[in-house]
Ligand binder design. Structure first.
Ligand code: C2E
Ligand code: CA
Ligand code: CA
Ligand code: CA
Length: 277
């Protein structure tokens, strides 16, 4: 049952929730994907509302499957999380992101690269050491990275997650709460964790221009973030109407199709130079 999504990706419905036989083969395929270089690092720029400068980019993984074509992360990330394979995948994303950061710096482009972390990553007590090793090997500073975490990732084992996050923050990495507002206890985590950034979930941003309720949630989240001394980022900025509303509300940074869709990492430097020109 292959279906074409409206963004062109082919979606295989049986890939995640059918029997263990198929799951086993998906795991085999994922392992092979890493070995055979089928994964691609895509990045999406983050732009400041005040000056329109590119200040960061989020790393988003893509899988170029030899038969299935472009497979999107929602088709394999949840599965990778269940099986623990996400640790291998995160390692891969961190390596590529560090390479990218180094390549950008050599062209005089200094951006913060955001990397998504999952529950299993936070439960790995060796993660801070692994991260430090990767940064050192690629000659990049931890300050050039922002780690995006969802509440569900923290919730699984809050004590252990907090320890890991405190160590990563002490190294110099920024921490961001992703999909903010979609969980159950965001506020409690905000109080306890060394957070630098809030990312307003795109579900609130997409409808803002037509839905007064969503607009109020976005405005309140921006105020909350600022009152706590945090940077606030809106994702899902799809048109100039959304851009203007967020700018007026004082949001710090935006990310979305209006500025750029995610692009292959090796196109970012050119894109940034063109954006500045
Ligand atoms: P996310 O972290 O919330 O990432 C934002 C998603 O919104 C991305 O989808 C991005 O392409 C999409 N997006 C960006 N701008 C717009 C816009 O203007 N409108 C709309 N409608 N969507 C927009 P993507 O790349 O398909 O990734 C989906 C999710 O998969 C991510 O959500 C993240 O949770 C997960 N993911 C992606 N790459 C990684 C990774 O390397 N590691 C981990 N752990 N998770 C990843
Ligand atoms: Ca994210
Ligand atoms: Ca998000
Ligand atoms: Ca999301």
């Amino acid at each position: 049952t292959a279906k074409q999504r409206n963004d062109g990706a082919v979606v295989y419905e049986e890939s995640i929730d059918e029997g263990s036989q198929q799951s086993l083969s998906l795991l085999t395929e994922l392992r092979r994907a890493v070995e055979n270089n089928e994964l691609r690092l895509f990045v999406q720029p983050k732009i400041t509302f005040s000056s329109g400068s590119v200040v960061g980019a989020e790393a988003l993984v893509r899988w170029q499957h030899p038969v299935r074509g472009n497979v999107f992360p929602d088709q394999f990330i949840p599965f990778a999380e269940q099986t623990g394979f996400i640790r291998v995948l995160t390692q891969w994303v961190l390596e590529r992101s560090a390479e990218l950061c180094h390549a950008l710096a050599q062209r005089g482009i200094h951006l913060k690269v955001s990397v998504n972390l999952s529950t299993r990553d936070l439960l790995d007590q060796d993660l801070p050491v692994k991260v430090a090793e990767i940064f050192m090997r690629h000659h990049v500073s931890p300050g050039a990275f922002c780690l995006e975490i969802t509440e569900s990732a923290i919730m699984d084992d809050p004590v252990r997650a907090q320890q890991t996050l405190e160590r990563l923050h002490a190294m110099g990495c920024d921490l961001s709460i992703d999909d903010f507002g979609t969980g159950y206890s965001s506020l409690a985590y905000l109080k306890r964790l060394p957070v630098d950034e809030l990312k307003i979930d795109k579900s609130f941003v997409l409808n803002m221009a037509n839905d007064v309720g969503d607009a109020k949630i976005v405005r309140s989240t921006i105020d909350l973030g600022h009152n706590m001394g945090l940077r606030v980022v809106a994702e899902g900025v799809e048109d100039d109407a959304a851009w203007n509303i967020l700018a007026e509300m004082g949001c710090d940074q935006g990310q979305g199709y209006f500025m750029s869709r995610p692009m292959p990492a090796d196109q970012l430097a050119g894109w940034v130079e063109n954006w500045r020109a």
